[in-house]
Design a protein around this ligand. Structure first.
Ligand SMILES: Cc1cc2nc3c(=O)[nH]c(=O)nc-3n(C[C@H](O)[C@H](O)[C@H](O)COP(=O)(O)OP(=O)(O)OC[C@H]3O[C@@H](n4cnc5c(N)ncnc54)[C@H](O)[C@@H]3O)c2cc1C
Ligand SMILES: *[C@@H]1O[C@H](CO)[C@@H](O)[C@H](O)[C@H]1NC(C)=O
Ligand SMILES: *[C@@H]1O[C@H](CO)[C@@H](O)[C@H](O)[C@H]1NC(C)=O
Ligand SMILES: *[C@@H]1O[C@H](CO)[C@@H](O)[C@H](O)[C@H]1NC(C)=O
Ligand SMILES: *[C@@H]1O[C@H](CO)[C@@H](O)[C@H](O)[C@H]1NC(C)=O
Ligand SMILES: *[C@@H]1O[C@H](CO)[C@@H](O)[C@H](O)[C@H]1NC(C)=O
Ligand SMILES: *[C@@H]1O[C@H](CO)[C@@H](O)[C@H](O)[C@H]1NC(C)=O
Ligand SMILES: *[C@@H]1O[C@H](CO)[C@@H](O)[C@H](O)[C@H]1NC(C)=O
Ligand SMILES: *[C@@H]1O[C@H](CO)[C@@H](O)[C@H](O)[C@H]1NC(C)=O
Length: 621
């Protein structure tokens, strides 16, 4: 029975027939995953959720577990059969399959060279992401509450982080190669496996990087567990993986694996409809959300639109790059955007699509000396499990005694007003008080709480050493809106506005320089053949040249958030502290878009907690 439950998702209809022939009542115990609308069209569920990614699956799992009937509609297919998704290690990062690859634009509407990654199959971005797992710090989570969201603090959210995690402790070999695990910071009984790779990747390169990074960033010391945020952060991270002795592979533990396919998570109250894209939310005259309309993802005309209804609520979980367009198509957003698209305005809510942000990621390469090309302790070709060494770098480690020059600039109230005005002018913030509140939260984390300002991720591939890095707590903001000529069939217009804030640019320049310092340092002597590989900027390059290089390289780190912020409405918020969309009833947003500012952990630890708590808040209200 359990096995049957596990396999129904592959071809729900056929297995259903088989089950009936065998006299099994699988429908009673199993979640249904299907492409077929016959069983859902025009039906009513307690909750209808858009997007079967990290947040949608978390909320859908919890609400259906409490007995509510839940339908999740996912635009992408079931990707669980695909080895690039199942296995953590043997694919290029990120896997092409299951990626929206959204186009991105500069402020003049010109398309940029790169595209934004976002998961496009069941499991959402957790089906294609980098799997890096460590926890955030207390001050940054507490800032959510300070911004006007009672109850959204570390004390309330940390238990949800622990409840997510099934931490598999490192074995002796892993521990001897730097796998740290302080049990106090990890859960043991959650639904997402976290562990270190088997075997640990490129141990010799990791050792050299650790020495070189300490030389490049004075004061940075090696730590054990990345999740012990009281120590210096230069360590090997946990990943959301588990080692499968049967296949010998490190396997991904996605939201779908943990919350949908897992045999112990089966329940008859959950239905997932794949391969259908949500168009908009349906309302009654009092602006109570009553359902949604959607189409087959490959539809070419709105004529094929299908409706389903929600008794208790509609929950938007399509991610920070897809939920704002759904709101706008529904008539909720900035007036001029709705007007240009000819959409009847239901709620004037200018925060929709503003405040979009991600960390601006650049990658520096160094060519390795030929003598080391075959040394698998330096190059193993397995960079699906990327960044076996991560450093979180604080302002004084990046700039030494100069750091006050940069920090004083941040704390000046004139500068704060300046920055806020620039965001309002660029339509990246709704108003000055809102922009100031968000910027000030991040500035306080950097200046008062001394959180790291940069992340530095190191790896090797084929014949190169490579490091990716980004300003960790950026102050730049962009926006995202529908393409007003074809709001459903065209991708949204995403304008990241990376590095517009001078602080972000200063961090970027220093990181670009530091990456070359790392490759040129004594530990890599004889191993690196060209520390400036692939760049015309040499050791005497100016700040302007380094910044130009950075901008020519930059892509999103794939930690998009902020486009439907949880904040008071007067500050440009889109949802209140119960995740309810302002001006409506029974409509919620639960996804990365509700976080107004970046955090210093990667997203998953925070988002599983936010979505878990959101489900409880929704259930209890
Ligand atoms: C390449 C990449 C690498 C990353 N690396 C890491 C990492 O190493 N560590 C980490 O912690 N985080 C990482 N992240 C970030 C993390 O995975 C995301 O922040 C997180 O999954 C976001 O959760 P979400 O619920 O907001 O959206 P998602 O998980 O992206 O889910 C959104 C879902 O909605 C669906 N959808 C979109 N539009 C519609 C529509 N109109 N109708 C129906 N469904 C729709 C999408 O197909 C998707 O399945 C990475 C992300 C990416 C893309
Ligand atoms: C569901 O649709 C996807 C395409 O979106 C397709 O790859 C898959 O085979 C379909 N599954 C079934 C059971 O029809
Ligand atoms: C966290 O790291 C600090 C500094 O290295 C150490 O003193 C402390 O014991 C660690 N905490 C735990 C719970 O291991
Ligand atoms: C977690 O790991 C165990 C093996 O330790 C495995 O049986 C299980 O399927 C994994 N679960 C997920 C969600 O990855
Ligand atoms: C590395 O391996 C390749 C292929 O086996 C071989 O041709 C080459 O000579 C080796 N290089 C060194 C430096 O050993
Ligand atoms: C201080 O901020 C202003 C504008 O915000 C910027 O022009 C200037 O370059 C900054 N100085 C430093 C040292 O960051
Ligand atoms: C900025 O944050 C600090 C610390 O929370 C607070 O004391 C100060 O009043 C805030 N300033 C603004 C302009 O919001
Ligand atoms: C918006 O959509 C139209 C119609 O598909 C397309 O021609 C146009 O290029 C899109 N706009 C942008 C900025 O991509
Ligand atoms: C920078 O250094 C290179 C040699 O590394 C030299 O050729 C070049 O002229 C120098 N450029 C400047 C602007 O000094």
């Amino acid at each position: 029975m359990a096995r049957l439950c596990f396999s129904v998702h592959i071809q729900a209809r056929h297995i259903a027939t088989l089950a009936i022939l065998l006299g099994l009542s699988w429908q009673v115990t199993c979640a249904v995953v299907t492409n077929d609308t016959t069983h859902v069209a025009e039906k009513t569920f307690d909750y209808v959720i858009t997007g079967a990614g990290l947040s949608g699956l978390t909320v859908g799992n919890r609400l259906s577990g409490k007995g509510h009937s839940v339908l999740i509609i996912e635009a992408g297919p079931d990707g669980s059969w695909n080895p690039a998704i199942r296995n953590a290690e043997d694919h290029a990062f990120p896997p092409e399959f299951c990626n929206w690859k959204y186009p991105v634009y500069d402020e003049d509407g010109r398309q940029l060279q790169w595209t934004a990654n976002a998961g496009a199959c069941i499991g959402g971005s957790t089906s294609i992401n980098g799997m890096v797992w460590y926890r955030p710090t207390k001050p940054e989570i507490d800032k959510l509450e300070t911004l006007g969201n009672p109850g959204w603090n570390f004390e309330n959210l940390f238990p949800y982080i622990k409840a997510t995690e099934r931490s598999i402790p490192p074995n002796e070999v892993q521990a001897s190669q730097g796998a740290g695990n302080d049990p106090e910071f990890h859960g043991r009984h959650g639904f997402i496996n976290t562990s270190f790779p088997t075997p640990m990747r490129i141990p010799k390169a990791v050792g050299l990087y650790k020495q070189a990074l300490q030389l490049a960033f004075p004061g940075l010391g090696p730590s054990g567990d990345m999740s012990n945020r009281t120590s210096f952060s230069l360590a090997t991270t946990l990943y959301t993986i588990w080692h499968d002795p049967v296949t010998g592979k490190n396997r991904r533990s996605s939201a779908a694996d943990g919350l949908l396919w897992a045999t112990e998570q089966q329940r008859p109250t959950l239905t997932v409809l794949a391969a259908h894209k949500v168009e908009k939310v349906l309302f009654d005259k009092k602006l109570t959300a009553t359902g949604i309309s959607f189409l087959p993802t490959d539809a070419r005309s709105l004529g094929r639109s299908i409706k389903v209804y929600a008794r208790k609520g509609v929950i938007l979980s399509a991610g920070s790059l897809a939920t704002p367009p759904i709101l706008e198509r529904s008539g909720i957003g900035r007036s001029d955007v709705l007007k240009a698209a000819g959409i009847h305005k239901l709620v004037d809510l200018p925060g929709v699509g503003a405040n979009l942000n991600d960390q601006p990621d650049a990658t520096a390469l160094a060519l390795m000396a030929e003598a080391h090309h075959n040394d698998t302790s330096i190059i193993d070709g397995l960079n699906g499990l990327f960044a076996p060494v991560i450093a979180l770098i604080k302002a004084h480690q990046l700039w030494g005694s100069n750091s006050n020059v940069y920090l004083n600039n941040l704390t000046s109230s004139t500068q704060l007003r300046f920055r806020a005005q620039a965001l309002v002018d660029a339509k990246a913030a709704v108003n000055i008080p809102g922009a100031e509140a968000i910027l000030n939260a991040t500035i306080d984390l950097i200046v008062t709480h001394k959180l790291p300002v940069a992340e530095f991720l190191s790896d090797t591939a084929t014949v190169i050493l490579l490091t990716a890095f980004w300003p960790l707590l950026p102050l730049s903001r962009g926006n995202i809106h529908i393409n007003t000529s074809t709001p459903f069939f065209s991708h949204p217009i995403i304008t990241p506005r990376f590095l517009h804030d001078p602080f972000d640019a200063s961090v970027a320049v220093s990181l670009a320089r530091a990456s070359r310092t790392v490759f040129s340092s004594s530990p890599f002597l004889g191993i690196v053949a060209d520390a400036y590989f692939g760049t015309a900027v040499g050791s005497n390059g100016t700040d302007e040249e380094h910044l130009a290089w950075y901008k020519s390289q930059v892509i999103g780190a794939s930690h998009w958030l902020g486009s439907t912020s949880m904040m008071p409405r007067r500050l440009g918020g889109v949802v209140d502290s119960k995740l309810r969309v302002y001006g409506t009833k029974n409509l919620h947003v639960v996804d990365a878009g509700v976080l107004p500012f970046q955090v210093t952990s990667h997203m998953m630890s925070v988002l599983y907690a936010v979505a878990g708590r959101a489900a409880d808040v929704i259930h209890n209200s």
